[in-house]
Design a protein around this ligand. Structure first.
Ligand code: AMP
Length: 113
């Protein structure tokens, strides 16, 4: 996608602090961390949001959920962490490329809405 910020990060046109990469997934540190550890995990193929996950593209989403525990372990999040995906305007999604936030490194608030 031409104008997608995260596609530009995948292409290397915009720098990021990578913590994990393979053929289908990239993970990098959030530029405005909301917790001591705040990582974004994204598919390299453009999927707009959770609302666009389908039988045709869900294999990469399953793979993301295999990668997330590996990243959490590497980051020392043995005390726990939160995985969040904001979907659409009401959820405050600001980048329209599917991403999963990994938040941890402190006791997180239970407030969800
Ligand atoms: P969301 O609001 O759920 O769509 O999350 C988008 C996230 O992308 C926010 O937490 C932003 O801080 C983060 N973000 C925006 N631009 C960048 C960037 N260039 N590098 C890393 N994270 C970014």
């Amino acid at each position: 996608m031409n104008n997608c910020l995260f596609c530009k990060i995948i292409a290397g046109d915009i720098p990021s602090t990578k913590v994990y990469e393979d053929e289908s997934v990239l993970a990098f540190r959030d530029i405005a961390p909301m917790a001591p550890t705040h990582i974004l995990v994204i598919p390299k193929t453009h999927i707009g949001s959770v609302a666009e996950i389908s039988a045709e593209n869900s294999a990469v989403v399953a793979h993301i959920f295999e990668v997330i525990p590996q990243i959490a372990k590497a980051e020392g999040l043995e005390n726990g962490y939160r995985v969040v995906s904001n979907c659409g305007d009401d959820a405050g999604q600001s980048v329209h490329h599917l991403h999963f936030h990994i938040l941890g490194g402190k006791k997180l608030s239970l407030e969800m809405a």
